[in-house]
Ligand binder design. Structure first.
Ligand code: DX5
Ligand code: ZN
Length: 216
């Protein structure tokens, strides 16, 4: 079944706890936590203290942490301590991918690897059997509300085929411009975890948006 990870980047930060509770009560499977450092991407979002507070307020929630930062390895421990359920970092970052995956696992957390639109799916293959999650970006990371790039669909297909061929079943997640129109295309291409920011938190009826995307 397709799972949904609403991106809190699109939430009203003055009402963050309440909005998270609303989407979880409506059936969201986890919360997508976008960390941006102003270096790896040209935007700054939020970090460890915000995760700590949310984790305390919502102890049952699973946090799908997406690190868009230059040196993810340096922050693994802090995010795990703050309540991360899975930590996804970028292959294009400065940290060694193998070392970072090991550090995430050693800290007792699930590990995810993400690729930007310009990086081929094949770059993930050497790490595939060590990952609980693979994240295909369908926009340039940095901002919510961008248009879905259909080139992500080919990558999802390629990664789904590689997982099937090796008997692996990590989450295959897609992030950026996912909504009721592009979501079904991603699922058809092999994604089983959809990130949606504006298509959930940007809607007047967030619960209905969650139910709609969950039904794909
Ligand atoms: C972009 C972030 C996304 C973003 C998605 O860099 O990684 O998670 O919040 O937002 P939408 O769904 O609005 O494209
Ligand atoms: Zn994200």
């Amino acid at each position: 079944m397709t799972q949904l990870s609403p991106s809190i980047l699109a939430a009203d930060f003055a009402r963050l706890g309440d909005e998270c509770r609303q989407v979880l009560n409506a059936g969201a499977d986890m919360l997508h936590f976008d960390v941006m450092d102003g270096c790896f991407v040209p935007n700054i979002s939020f970090g460890v203290p915000v995760l700590q507070s949310l984790h305390k307020a919502l102890p049952e929630a699973f946090f799908d942490v997406h690190l868009m930062i230059r040196r993810p390895l340096d922050y693994v421990e802090a995010f795990v301590k703050a309540g991360a359920g899975c930590i996804t970092f970028h292959l294009e970052s400065e940290s060694d991918p193998g070392e970072t995956i090991d550090a995430i696992h050693a800290a007792g957390c699930k590990a995810g690897l993400s690729i930007k639109p310009g990086t081929p799916a094949s770059a993930v293959l050497p790490y595939l059997d060590r990952l609980e999650l693979v994240l295909v970006m369908s926009v340039e990371p940095g901002f919510g509300g961008q248009k879905f790039m259909p080139s992500a669909l080919e990558k999802l297909k390629e990664l789904r085929a590689a997982c099937d061929a090796r008997g692996l079943s990590p989450w295959l997640e897609v992030d950026g411009g996912v909504d009721a129109v592009t979501g079904p295309e991603c699922v058809a291409a092999g994604a089983n975890l959809l990130v949606a920011g504006s298509a959930v938190f940007g809607k007047a009826d967030m619960a209905a948006a969650v139910r709609g995307l969950k039904s794909l």
